[in-house]
Design a protein around this ligand. Structure first.
Ligand code: RRO
Length: 315
């Protein structure tokens, strides 16, 4: 089966990626799996300056999935480039760098630092994370604000050279995800990643207090898969009907098995990220790819691309 995918003109040999934040910057998971064999390794979102993140505990397991309020913890873009991107470049990984910022111009400065770095040849795309749920007062969730989302993508686009795709990561916690998709595509995004985590709270019934110091956190794992499939379905549907410009969708949300990935592909995803599942099973991003290829072959297809969005077809 031809499993290769095209994201904004960049050809990847496999549709499988890590999900941002779930495999840090690659060193730990690379002890278990060869991350150079993935379609791409997606980094933890990086900001301009170092961030210590939210207070701990900032991760909680619930019967419905994992809740996190990491708060964009990270070393800042300069240290990221010199330590993490340098290492990813040295092993020959295809990297999608996830970028974040407090303001649109901060996003742009992070993008500029990466694309002008001496390791830029390792970067296959930028994933513009406008949907982190763990920002103080929720005022900076650009993905929930069409004007803010447009400005971030417009300023980042001015920094990215021709041939380097820019993919916007969207939140499920919006009234109309098709509207946000439309806005970021108009601003020049080459693709969309759907979805980020959905905001939740879990209460410790012994202490009768929230599990997380921040109280709210982003829910991930199998519980949000129908939400991801819904978001992909709505946006892919709008693309198929010509209501918004067509662009590749990177599907993410509760994928543990090949059948889960196939569900997202049939709804309209071109590529697949595996996040929470990799905490228990570091081989999950690889394994799901092998399972997906078998399922596609079993159904008589020769190319994964022929299955993308197939569930929308009339029967
Ligand atoms: O760091 C985080 O708290 C975080 C981010 Br940036 C994000 O995009 N999604 C998430 O669930 N957590």
């Amino acid at each position: 089966v031809d499993m290769s995918v095209d994201i904004g003109g960049v050809r990847l040999p496999s549709p499988m990626m890590t999900a941002s934040g779930c495999a840090a910057n690659g060193r730990e998971i690379h002890r278990f799996i060869d991350i150079t064999a993935l379609g791409a390794f997606v980094t933890k979102s990086v900001k301009l300056d170092p961030v210590s993140g939210r207070g701990t505990p900032r991760m909680a397991e619930t019967p419905s999935g994992m809740l996190n309020s990491i708060g964009l913890q990270g070393p800042g873009v300069r240290a990221f480039v010199e330590k993490d991107l340098a290492w990813l470049h040295s092993i020959g990984a295809r990297v999608i760098v996830s970028i974040a910022g407090n303001t649109a111009s901060e996003f742009a400065r992070v993008a500029r630092t990466i694309v002008r770095s001496r390791y830029a040849s390792a970067v296959a795309a930028l994933e513009v994370n406008i949907s982190c749920p763990n920002v103080a007062n929720r005022g900076l969730v650009f993905a929930c604000d069409p004007a803010g989302a447009h400005k971030v993508l417009t300023l980042v686009r001015e920094e990215v050279p021709r041939g380097l795709p820019m993919v916007a990561k969207l939140s499920p916690d919006v009234t109309d995800i098709v509207e946000i998709a439309d806005v970021v595509l108009r601003a020049g995004a080459h693709g969309l990643t759907m979805i980020n985590t959905t905001l939740g709270v879990a209460i410790d019934t012994d202490r009768l207090r929230p599990h997380l110091v921040a109280a709210t956190g982003g829910l991930s794992g199998p519980a949000i898969r129908p939400t991801a499939v819904r978001a992909i379905w709505q946006v892919a549907g709008a693309m198929r009907e010509g209501r918004i410009r067509a662009a590749p969708i990177v599907g993410v949300g509760g994928v543990r098995h090949g059948t889960d990935a196939l569900e997202l592909v049939a709804a309209g995803a071109t590529a697949i990220q595996v996040g929470t599942a990799a905490f228990n099973d570091p081989s999950a991003p690889h394994r799901v790819g092998v399972e997906l290829e078998q399922l596609v072959a079993d159904r008589g297809f020769e190319r994964l691309a022929d299955v993308v969005g197939i569930a929308h077809e009339r029967f």
